[in-house]
Structure formats: C-alpha cells, structure tokens
Design a protein around this ligand. Structure first.
Ligand code: ASP
Length: 432
C-alpha cells in the first residue's frame, strides 16, 4: 500500500524537477566516482541508462512518420507554400549564423591540443568516420526503398517520404471526389492515431527519464572527469559561449523583430530546453516542444509541420559546434588557424551537415567528419587528425547537451516567429 502511494507521489511530481534532480544526482555521483578512480559503472547500473536511450530511439521513426504526415497534411494546400518555404529559409539562415558564431568562437579561443599523447586513440576514431560527401547527402535524401529507409532508420529519407505523403494527403482531403475525400480522411486518422499513441508512450518514457538521465550523466562525468580538462575545456567553453551568444543575439533578435515578448517565450521554451539538454535528442524532445508551441498559442497547422521538420533539419547548436570543432581539429593538427576560404566552405558544409544531422544523440559528431572531408582534410585511420577527432568524441556527450538544447529552442523560436508573421496564432495566444 505504502509503495503504491510513493509511486503515485513520484508520478505527480513535476517531470521537469525530477529530471533536474536526476541530472544533479548523476553529476555529483560521477564526479565522486572519477575522483576515486572508478571510470566505468557496473553493467547492471549502466543498463538503466541504456534502457532510456533505447526507449527514445524506439519511438523516433514512428514519431517522425506519424507527426510529419499529420503535420504536412494538416496544412491546407493554400498554405503549404506560404508556410513551408518561409520555415525552411529561416531554418537555413539561423543555422548559417550558427556556423559563423562557431567559427568566431574558434578564432577567439583558438582551442588546440598537444597531440602526441592522443595518437593511440586514432584507430578508435577512424571506425566512427562517416564515408559521405555533401552531394551524396543531398541525393541520398530520396529513398530508393521506403521500407528499407524505415528499417534502417534513415531519418532524412523517412522525412522526405512522410512530407510527400502528407502533402498529397492534404490535397486529397479537399478533393472534389467524395471517395478520395473519404479514404484520405481515414488515412489521416490512422496517422493521427499513430502520433497520439507515440505521445502517450513518450509521456511514460519521461516518467522514467530521471533514472535514465542520472545514470547517463554519471557515466559521462565518471569517464571524462579528469580528461575534460585543458584543451577540451576550452572547446567546451567556446561551444557553450557560442550557444549563449546565439540565443541572446539570433533568437533574442528574431523575437524582438517579430515583437514576441522574450519572457513569455522562454517561460514555455524552458521545458523543451531542459528536456533537450538531458536527452540530447531533438526528436525525443519533440512532444515537449509541441506542447510548448501549443501553450504559446501557435496553430497546430504550423507547428505540426515546422517542429518535426525542425527537429531534423534545423540544428543551430550543431552548426556552432561544427564551427568550433573544425577550428580545434585544424589548429591541433596543423598548428594554424583556418583560412578564409576554408571558413567559407565550412559555413556551407556545416549548414548542409546540420540539415543532414538526425535529431538523435551524437549525430553531429558523425557530421563533423563529413565537414572535415569537405574541406579536404579527411579523417583517416592512424592519422593525428583522427586522434584529435577522437578527443572530441570523448566529450561529445557534454557538447551534445548544449547543442541539442539550442537546436530545439531554435525550432520553437522560428516556428513562433513565422506563425506570428503569417497570423497562424490563436485568439488567446501569448504571442500577440
Ligand atoms: N543530438 C543533436 C539533436 O538531437 C544532434 C547532434 O548530435 O548534433 O539535435
């Protein structure tokens, strides 16, 4: 009886606070473990963290498929062009700003490492290098087999298909033919139901999140405790300062331009921000971001389309991270700063890379390898560059927390601005 009431109390306690408490407990435990020389948790404890990441991964594909089909088919055909084009443009522009801020941070902080000591890590890093180039990333967006892209969890391909599917559905829903209207409404309900089921599952996962988060954070701190010093600390500071500058100037500026009260916005953006910080997944945070947009009074027609899209293609934090880290890699390996030409190329590549980065933990690190390849500095096994890349991978979890929080805040900022601009907000909206 007593146990049941404890569980009830737990379930009723605010999720946000529970996750934060999990974060603090995990971090403190990790630091204590690291200082006493324990770098790995026993497998049975580590399992609680793994369960959490697996649960998040489990819902990604059905969530994207359901929410994008529903989102795209909810936009009336007349608005698809109007909303869609603006959303994509604002996403691209803010991501490009992100890379520029990242490069600026790189130039100011000049993060670099003494690499002789890290070359033994080279082999490890090489295995994680993505064998892709920009043009391949673009053409690979189109799946050759839809089923294969679902099974292989190729997120961009699933997005492409879901958008196409949803857009066709939106046209069919207003067809003159009664039969087409009827069957498309039935299809819409199936996907709407799929999305609702996923949201229910996510609500359950969030109740488990504090435990999963505590274990994951504990592992990060136990493993990196001592090593996160020096050069990596500089990389971390440069990234986080870049994230902060982006929030203040780019998002603050956008909110000001569109006359949205910053306080009102951040009151609702807080929960997705923190959820993204601890889950390191834009896709996993999607339901929370959607709830925030709903609370801010944005029409579902806009956020149901722009947020799932943003969770995959709008990655401002990832873009900043690419700027800082490419600088770190070149500076560490070649002992020189980036040239103007390289920086220009990195802005282009990293903006594209942030589109191709799936909204899941650690995806940005793989895209970093693609950007390096794009500036003709491929990360090859056994090279010093691979060693430097491995160092970045070592602290990726920490960098990923900040960049994901920014990615999600960017989706919500752009969505609110476009919605306000085009009048897709409710009468009682706080954005008015
Ligand atoms: N974890 C990030 C996200 O979900 C992607 C990345 O690794 O940069 O938005």
């Amino acid at each position: 009886m007593e146990k049941k009431s404890l569980l009830k109390k737990y379930l009723e306690f605010n999720v946000l606070y529970k996750i934060l408490i999990g974060l603090v407990i995990g971090a403190v435990a990790g630091i204590i473990l690291a200082s006493s020389g324990v770098t790995a948790l026993p497998a049975w404890i580590s399992m609680f963290g793994t369960i959490f990441t697996r649960l998040l991964k489990m819902i990604i594909i059905p969530m994207i498929l359901g929410s994008l089909v529903v989102g795209a088919s909810s936009v009336s055909p007349a608005n698809v062009g109007k909303v869609g084009i603006r959303v994509v443009i604002i996403y691209l522009i803010t991501s490009a700003f992100g890379v520029i801020i990242g490069l600026l941070m790189g130039n100011i902080f000049q993060p670099h490492a003494e690499l002789a000591a890290v070359t033994e890590l080279a082999a490890d890093a090489a295995g994680k290098t993505a064998e892709t180039n920009v043009w391949e990333v673009i053409s690979n967006i189109i799946p050759t087999s839809v089923l294969k892209s679902l099974v292989d969890e190729t997120v961009l391909q699933v997005i492409f298909f879901a958008l196409l599917f949803g857009l066709c559905l939106s046209f069919m829903k207003v067809s003159d033919d009664e039969r087409i209207r009827r069957i498309s409404n039935t299809s819409f309900e199936v996907f709407d139901c799929l999305t609702e089921i996923m949201l229910k599952i996510v609500a359950g996962i969030m109740q488990y999140a504090p435990i999963g988060v505590a274990v994951l954070i504990c592992e990060v701190f136990a493993k990196n405790g001592a090593k996160v010093a020096g050069a990596l600390l500089t990389v971390t500071i440069a990234c986080f300062l870049g994230y902060a500058i982006h929030i203040v100037f780019v998002y603050g500026g956008l909110l000001k331009i569109y006359k949205i009260k910053i306080g009102t916005f951040f009151k609702e953006a807080r929960l997705p921000f923190i959820t993204a910080f601890v889950t390191r997944s834009s896709n996993g945070t999607l339901p929370t971001t959607m709830a925030a947009a709903e609370n801010l009074g944005v029409d579902k027609e806009v956020y149901g389309f722009s947020l799932p899209l943003g969770a995959t293609i709008n990655m401002d934090g990832t873009a900043i991270y690419q700027g800082v880290c490419t600088f770190f890699l070149v500076m560490s390996v070649f002992g020189r700063a980036l040239t103007m030409g390289e920086m220009g190329m990195i802005v282009l590549l990293a903006t594209l890379a942030s589109i191709g980065t799936a909204g899941v933990p650690g995806a940005g690190a793989i895209m970093l390898a693609m950007v390096m390849q794009g500036i003709n500095l491929p990360i090859e096994a056994g090279t010093v560059l691979a060693g430097a890349y491995a160092m970045i991978l070592g602290i990726d979890a920490i960098l990923d927390m900040g960049r994901t929080a920014l990615n999600v805040t960017g989706d919500l900022t752009c969505t609110c601005c476009i919605a306000k601009k085009l009048g897709f907000i409710r009468e009682d909206s706080a954005l008015k």
